[in-house]
Design a protein around this ligand. Structure first.
Ligand SMILES: Cc1cc2nc3c(=O)[nH]c(=O)nc-3n(C[C@H](O)[C@H](O)[C@H](O)COP(=O)(O)OP(=O)(O)OC[C@H]3O[C@@H](n4cnc5c(N)ncnc54)[C@H](O)[C@@H]3O)c2cc1C
Length: 495
């Protein structure tokens, strides 16, 4: 099948008519969801995944006998996209809210409860007692200047970073004490490098509308709560205002297992260990080559990270070549399963985000998973705890001193030290029942300033190529809520 006219159907059985056959490259959540939507509409689909596991960043691993998420472990409830998908796949009963304890932030001066009314850590009310505790009187006073500034401050430039917007409107303390820890925890990047329109879509438009950044945050939070409340399952713990995420009993990885089972039952051909190294646009159809094998189809869905997607498509669409985004950061996650009964009192709620300038701590975040998810605490029983520490603030994977690049043993030692400090409870090697390190290299998209324009341009070029869809976090924005909503919209548009 190499070269020449694209053959009908997928390479493995070749039975489908060309117009109805689709090839999906990448078996992360975007690729699997695209395949699901296409298959449901009657298209014959083949999915090619480079690794030996499905789900991409929504992965799983077994630590201490527990099946745990190795990547994404929750979803934003600012829209109903993920909850709707979970319900559609029969997982509605498993949707849960995190324990309402909330998270903490570790600042150079000590730990504080993280205010629960922000977007990316930006407060809706600088005088809220929790916000004031983090910022001090002078910080709250400076942040409230936002209300008196013209709405053009932070919105007049076509593109701007998270830092530039926050610093101009609310000052340095909001940036350093609230925004940098949250942005570091979620995006593993310096807020000075991130495009605010990608990581907080609609925020600047809301600022223009409401006249202040605090007002914009309040309006987004209100909209998020309105859209998330119908998704709250009966019996789920109502989340404290601010913990705008949900999860699934059994972990987010169950979404992937159910999707894969559904795809198999619909006759979708699922191929792992198939790293696509060439994509051609031949005679009006598409051709992908993986492990020396050629796959042809009338429709191609590219569901990869940004650098890989542009790298593979620029041969067929040379206009894309100047639009390749930089690779995302290296993030290393250390999971510890420990026997430490003192942790039953959840000393730092659901976990701690670490402000970058905090000395003596290498982790950027710690999730106390058994404090966050009641279903998991039910599985471990009292005294046993699951802690997940993440390393890597986007310094570059080979950067000297990048904690994410340490070897497994060094990361384990760092995790014991950091967990003890952050949770204020000594945790030693003898307390550890099991541990694991998972590395995510380049999996988090790096939405550098100007990325929104890049996305618009990529989408325009790809829309002009017949039978091509490009989906994934690098275009939709990081996070399952964005990826699920955008992928469904892209595929529905072509169906
Ligand atoms: C550590 C971590 C924690 C996260 N936590 C959360 C969270 O709690 N909540 C949340 O909402 N979001 C979270 N995210 C983000 C979220 O997981 C992602 O936005 C989303 O899963 C991206 O999905 P995707 O399908 O676009 O990309 P990916 O999941 O990256 O999938 C791309 C797939 O393509 C495959 N691939 C790559 N190259 C090739 C090739 N040449 N040929 C074939 N296949 C290829 C890859 O192996 C991968 O399976 C987290 C991300 C990471 C890395």
């Amino acid at each position: 099948m190499r070269g020449g006219r694209p053959q009908p159907g997928h390479a493995l059985n070749g039975e489908a008519p060309a117009g109805l056959a689709a090839l999906v490259v990448g078996g992360g959540i975007a690729g699997l969801l695209a395949a699901y939507r296409l298959a449901k509409a009657g298209t014959t689909v083949t999915v090619l995944e480079a690794s030996d596991a499905w789900g991409g960043c929504v992965g799983s691993h077994t630590v201490g006998g527990l099946e745990l998420d190795s990547g994404a472990e929750s979803f934003a409830t600012r829209s109903t996209a993920v909850a709707d998908l979970a319900r559609e796949l029969g997982l509605g009963e498993n949707i849960v809210a995190p324990h309402p304890g909330g998270a903490w932030v570790q600042l150079p001066g000590g730990a504080q409860e993280l205010p629960k009314t922000g977007v990316l850590g930006i407060p809706a009310n600088p005088w809220d007692p929790e916000v004031r505790r983090s910022l001090g009187f002078a910080g709250s006073l400076r942040a409230s200047v936002d209300r008196y500034l013209p709405s053009s401050v932070g919105t007049s430039a076509e593109v701007t970073s998270v830092s530039a917007l926050v610093r101009a409107r609310m000052g340095k303390r909001v940036l350093e004490r609230l925004v940098a820890p949250v942005v570091g925890g979620v995006h593993s990047a310096d807020p000075g490098l991130l495009d605010v329109d990608m990581v907080a879509p609609g925020l600047r438009a809301a600022l223009r509308q409401h006249g202040s950044l605090a007002g914009a945050v309040a309006s987004q939070r209100k909209a998020g709560q309105a859209s998330s409340s119908p998704t709250r399952p009966s019996g789920a713990v109502a989340a404290k205002a601010g913990s705008a995420v949900g999860g699934l009993k059994g972990g987010m990885n169950t979404l992937v297992s159910v999707l894969v089972a559904e795809l198999s039952s619909q006759g979708v051909t699922l191929v792992t260990g198939a790293r696509v190294d060439t994509i051609n646009h031949v005679d009006g159809g598409w051709q992908a080559i993986a492990a020396g094998k050629t796959y042809d189809a009338g429709r191609l869905v590219v569901a990869l990270d940004g650098p890989a997607a542009v790298g593979l498509l620029e041969n067929a669409l040379p206009e894309l070549s100047g639009l390749r985004p930089a690779a995302g950061p290296l993030v290393s996650l250390v999971t510890l399963v420990v026997d430490v009964p003192e942790l039953d009192r959840h000393p730092r709620g659901t976990g701690v985000l670490v402000a970058p300038q905090t000395a003596g701590i290498e982790a950027k975040a710690l999730t106390h998973a058994t404090a966050k998810w009641d279903w998991l605490a039910g599985e471990t029983g009292p005294g046993t705890h699951v802690l997940r520490l993440s390393y890597g603030r986007g310094e570059g994977r080979d950067a000297p001193g990048s904690a994410a690049a340490l070897d497994d043993d060094a990361l384990f030692e760092a995790a014991l030290r950091d967990a003890s400090t952050l949770l204020t409870v000594p945790i030693v090697r003898e307390d550890v029942l099991d541990w694991d390190v998972v590395r995510w290299a380049g999996a988090l998209p790096f939405a550098a300033v100007g990325h929104k324009q890049r996305v618009a341009e990529v989408r325009r070029i790809c829309a002009e190529a017949d039978g091509l869809s490009v989906v994934g976090g690098w275009l939709a924005g990081n996070g399952l809520a964005a990826v699920v909503a955008d992928t469904s919209a892209c595929i529905d548009a072509v169906l």
